[in-house]
Structures are given as structure tokens and as C-alpha cells.
Design a protein around this ligand. Structure first.
Ligand code: PEP
Ligand code: MG
Length: 585
């Protein structure tokens, strides 16, 4: 049994068999084996060699048939390596003498083989290194059972383990077949973590060495609430976790969803609690968890994981489904936020050194006005008075806002000419997620209808911490006094300019912070749907004056740790026995 610690990304417990998604580079685990296991490891090696020979021979036949016998001869050195007695004996002797697993022994022997070839003064032999590496990958994959598996045709329920699961891959996971998600990299607000939370799949990210320690077929426990992975658990641990899983399922069923749509404090302040969505399939969650419409619809997901671009009509149909599904409540469409940790597959989008600081979101849209305008037209066409709002992501200054608005006006004119209907007074908002926008909120507020604070990015940009990097995740602190001051400044600037301000970053769904934000005067909260009942219940049980007092106290503190501790204590005092029940929801 091995326990690994990562970042708790999505709560709940998953118990199942691991499916390790391979990258090009194969991770080879090193395991000690007992004397009794030696013959089994040697047998696995022999089977892998025979299977690889068959695979190569089929490939050779196909190439010979398709492009000619001459070309099929490229596999000759592959076959020679597979039959090389020195190599085979070396692997077997390592298994026997060092008592290590066959994959590791084989990879060590291949390393020696490659080093030897690289040191010979013979061009032809040196060039064979590529063939040896190819053959090594083939044999290793056989032993690690890591052949490419299409996630959409999984036959059994699995725990997905990967180095880095892209947001587009996470979004395309067949939810009913996935018991848990584990990745080597990522943080709590990386998009893979956000989607796992939305889909209610237990997830632990940022484990760093998950793919080194887990192989496909291993039994794994994912404790998404504690950020813990248990590989090949003992019978006793397995039993404990099975009990935990049963209790968790019961808790989920007993979730109390406050009836009234709007949350209201004990002294009468009403606030809107809406849902963050990425995919139309998540729509039922809005009503299931009692959210008041959609406060953030991440439109870029329709662009991910495909080679072509969605047409205006395809987008129109998808957005209309969201609008209809949320009716009579409102939907806020956030225009394409591509870049950062979400990439288009189109070849013209280049890889960047610092994608979070690069060609992302509104910057991409203002450069690719063809893509942007197609989307704006599709969104506009779904609007009728009051039901749809548009917001622009990653605005860093007022010029970007002006340019985006000019393009929107062009789209309106075009649609009018074409006789297509839309809401002429559609509300335009911006996400405040860049410190320069936060500090110039007074200027921006004069030129838009609402703000939505995107703390997932605002925190990463103000503390200079890559939100997807597990190595610096300890610095990613919503309670950092610098972050709190920025948020207070944004809310005050919005209210001075008489516009509403909401928050759609993950911070708004965290109970201790939602209490603080309420006191700062935040008008609306948008979060992953499963968080909604908790935050509603919390707001229904506090008074504005208590929340305002807490803001004054929190702003005097010097560190995020002190802030979190203080907020927790104060919330406990206010909620009394309800505190634990609400946190449990
Ligand atoms: C944010 O940055 O807080 C936000 C909600 O947007 P995203 O997580 O999609 O970057
Ligand atoms: Mg953002």
C-alpha cells in the first residue's frame, strides 16, 4: 500500500481500478519483488516480447503491401533487438539478482544498450538508437498495459490517472464511467479541478508522482476531500473507505436545498446565488441545486477538443439550449477565454512560454475578430430583453473594453440589417481578474453595466502564482491581505459608479469567504452548482451587520493564515451549532 498526498480538488471518495493515460514519454515504476514473484516477472517479459514480435510482423506485412517490401525492411533492427540474447539475459539477471520488476529492469538494460550504441564510432549503428527506443516503448507499453484507450468507449468504471488531464479531456469524460481523477500537476483552480467539481467526480490534482507510482490495473482509492491517494490498499483500509463511501452517498442524498431561489440574510439583504457552467450537459444541475440562473457560462468549451471551429449556427443552438434551460432566470455568457490552460487544436494557435500571460481571452478575440464576431452574433441572437448578459474576460484596461464594445455594436448593426431579433439593451459586463483592471475599476465602471470578479485569475496575477502549478500552490491564498484589499477596492468602485458587482471565481463558493464578501457588499455570487445549497443556507443564517464587522477585523490582519483562522472562528460564533451542518452540506 502506498499513500500519496496531493491537492484536494473535488470532494468525495472514489474506489476503483486505475487507468493510466500515457503520454509519449512512458513513466516506468520501480518496484521491489519477492523471490516468489521472479518467475512471474520473467513470464510477463517473454509474453511482451512475443506480442511485440507479432505486432511488428503485422505492421511489416501492412507496410510491405501498402508501400513495398523495401520499406518494410526498416523493422529489421527492431527484430534483431527483440532477439538479442545479451539484452534478454541482462533483463532476466536483473530481475533475479536485484529483485526488481520487469519494466524497470528492461528500461535499465535498454539504457545500457543505447549508451553502448551511442559510443560506437559507426554512423549506421548510432542511427539504430531510434529503432531501439521505439522497440523499448512498444515492449514497455505491453507490460504496463498502457495502450491508447479512447475515453469515450470505456467498458468498465475506472479511476483516471494522468500526468496532466487537459480541460477538454476532462470535459469529455463519460461521467458515469469515471470513479475518480488523479493528476501529477494542477492546482485547486486549474480548469480540470473546476470541471471535476462540477461533474461531482472526486479528484486529487498536483500529486506530482502519481503516474510514477500507479500502473493501469492497480486498485486505487481517491479521497478527494483530503487530497489523498491510496494505491493498492490493504483489506483493512479498503473496508474503511468502502464504509466512508456509503456514508458519503447517504450525505449527498440528504442535502437540504433551501426552497427560495434567492438567498436572504436574517436582516433582509437579498443576494443572487447562481451557477458556473461549462457544458450544456450540466444544465440540470442549475435547478437540482437551486441556483438562480447561470452567473458564468464558460463558452470556450464548445471550441475545445476539436479540429474545426463551431459555426454561428452551431453556437447559437448550444447557447439557446442554455438560455431555455435556465429560463426564466438569466444567463451570463462569458466570451471565449482561450489560452492559459485551455487551448484550441487549430494549428495557428502557437505554444507560448507563459500562456497565462500571453495570447489569452479578450486578447485572442480582439486579434481574431472573425472568431469573436461569430460568437457575439450567436450570443446576441439568443437574447431577448433581460434574459442574457455578455461579459468579457481578462480585461486589463479600458481600451480593450471599448474595442470589444465596438465589435459588439457592429454585430448588432449586421443583425438588424438581416432582420434578426436580439436585446438591443443587452447588459455588458467585464470580468475583473487582472490587477490593473482592479486598480482602475473606477474608470472601467463608467463604461460597462456590471463587474464579475474572477478571483481564480485575480489571485494568480496579484500574488504571481501560476494557478495550475502544484509547486507554488501553497502561495495561492484567497485570504492574502493584498487580494482582500483589491476585492474591497473593486466592490467600492462599482458601488460608487452605481453598478452591480458579482463574483464567479471559486472563492465565492467557499463558506468562510462568502461570509466576508457578503460583508464587503458583493451583490451576487456564482459558483460550481454543488456549492450553491451550502452558501445559500449560510447567507440565510447570518446578518449583514455581523458580516460587516468581520470585514473590519479581517482587513486588519497581516497574513492569509490569520485571515482564514479569524473568519472560521467568527463564522462559528455566528452560526453556532449550524456551522458544522452547513459545512457538511
Ligand atoms: C476566474 O478567473 O475567477 C474565472 C471565473 O474564470 P476562469 O476560472 O474560467 O479563468
Ligand atoms: Mg478567469
Amino acid at each position: 500500500m502506498i499513500k500519496l498526498k496531493g491537492i484536494a480538488a473535488a470532494g468525495g471518495v472514489g474506489i476503483g481500478i486505475a487507468l493510466v493515460l500515457s503520454k509519449d514519454e512512458i513513466t516506468v515504476p520501480k518496484r521491489r519483488i519477492s523471490h516468489d514473484q521472479i518467475s512471474r516477472e520473467i513470464y510477463r517479459f517473454e509474453v511482451a516480447l512475443i506480442d511485440t514480435r507479432k505486432e511488428l510482423s503485422n505492421l511489416q506485412k501492412k507496410i510491405s503491401k501498402d508501400v513495398g517490401f523495401e520499406h518494410a525492411r526498416i523493422f529489421e533492427s527492431h527484430f534483431l533487438a527483440l532477439e538479442d540474447r545479451v539484452l534478454i539475459e541482462d533483463v532476466i539477471s536483473q530481475i533475479k539478482n536485484k529483485k526488481i520488476n520487469v519494466e524497470y529492469a528492461f528500461s535499465q538494460s535498454i539504457k545500457k544498450y543505447v549508451d553502448a550504441l551511442l559510443n560506437v564510432n559507426d554512423e549506421y549503428l548510432r542511427e539504430r538508437v531510434v529503432d531501439i527506443e521505439d522497440i523499448s516503448r512498444r515492449v514497455l507499453r505491453k507490460m504496463l498495459k498502457e495502450q491508447a484507450v479512447s475515453l469515450s468507449d470505456l467498458k468498465e468504471k475506472v479511476i483516471i490517472v494522468s500526468h496532466d488531464l487537459a480541460p477538454s479531456q476532462t470535459a469529455s469524460l463519460p461521467k458515469e464511467m469515471i470513479l475518480g481523477v488523479v493528476s501529477d500537476i494542477g492546482g485547486r483552480t486549474s480548469h480540470t479541478a473546476i470541471i471535476a467539481r462540477s461533474l461531482r467526480i472526486p479528484a486529487v490534482v498536483g500529486v506530482e508522482v502519481a503516474t510514477k507510482n500507479i500502473k493501469s490495473g492497480d486498485k486505487v482509492i481517491v479521497d478527494g476531500s483530503k487530497g489523498l491517494i491510496i494505491i493498492r490498499p490493504t483489506e483493512k483500509t479498503l473496508k474503511q473507505y468502502k464504509e466512508k463511501l456509503t456514508a458519503y452517498k447517504k450525505d449527498i442524498k440528504s442535502i437540504h436545498i433551501p426552497k427560495a431561489l434567492r438567498a436572504c440574510t436574517k436582516d433582509g439583504r437579498e443576494v443572487r446565488i447562481s451557477a458556473n457552467l461549462e457544458l450544456p450537459e450540466e444544465l440540470p444541475l442549475v435547478k437540482e441545486y437551486g441556483a438562480e440562473g447561470v452567473g458564468l457560462y464558460r463558452t470556450e468549451y464548445i471550441f475545445l477538443g476539436r479540429k474545426d471551429l463551431p459555426s454561428e449556427d452551431e453556437q447559437y443552438k448550444a447557447y439557446l439550449e442554455v438560455v431555455k434551460g435556465s429560463s426564466p432566470n438569466q444567463v451570463i455568457f462569458r466570451t471565449i477565454d482561450i489560452g492559459g490552460d485551455k487551448f484550441l487544436s487549430q494549428p495557428e494557435v502557437p505554444k507560448e512560454m507563459s500562456p497565462f500571460l500571453g495570447w489569452r481571452a479578450i486578447r485572442f478575440c480582439l486579434a481574431r475578430t472573425d472568431i469573436f464576431k461569430t460568437q457575439l452574433r450567436a450570443i446576441l441572437r439568443t437574447s431577448s430583453p433581460g434574459n442574457v448578459r455578455i461579459m468579457f474576460p481578462m480585461i486589463s484596461g479600458v481600451e480593450e473594453l471599448r474595442q470589444a464594445k465596438t465589435l459588439l455594436e457592429e454585430c448588432k448593426k449586421e443583425l438588424k440589417k438581416e432582420g434578426k431579433s436580439f436585446d438591443e439593451n443587452i447588459s455588458i459586463g467585464i470580468m475583473i481578474e487582472v490587477p490593473s483592471a482592479a486598480l482602475t475599476a473606477d474608470i472601467l465602471a463608467k463604461e460597462c453595466d456590471f463587474f464579475s470578479i474572477g478571483t481564480n485569475d485575480l489571485i494568480q496575477y496579484s500574488v504571481a502564482v501560476d494557478r495550475a502549478n502544484e509547486k507554488v500552490a501553497y502561495l495561492y491564498e484567497p485570504g492574502h491581505p493584498g487580494v482582500l484589499r483589491l476585492i474591497k477596492h473593486i466592490i467600492d468602485a462599482a458601488h460608487t459608479a452605481k453598478i452591480k458587482v458579482g463574483m464567479c471565481g471559486e472563492m465565492s463558493g467557499d463558506p468562510i469567504f462568502s461570509f466576508l464578501l457578503l460583508g464587503m457588499g458583493l451583490d451576487s455570487f456564482s459558483m460550481t452548482p454543488p456549492q450553491v445549497p451550502k452558501i445559500k443556507e449560510l447567507i440565510n443564517n447570518v446578518k449583514i451587520e455581523d458580516a460587516e464587522k468581520v470585514v473590519r477585523g479581517a482587513l486588519k490582519l497581516s497574513t492569509a493564515k490569520d485571515v482564514e483562522k479569524y473568519l472560521q472562528e467568527e463564522l462559528k460564533k455566528v452560526l453556532k451549532e449550524k456551522f458544522y451542518r452547513i459545512l457538511m452540506i
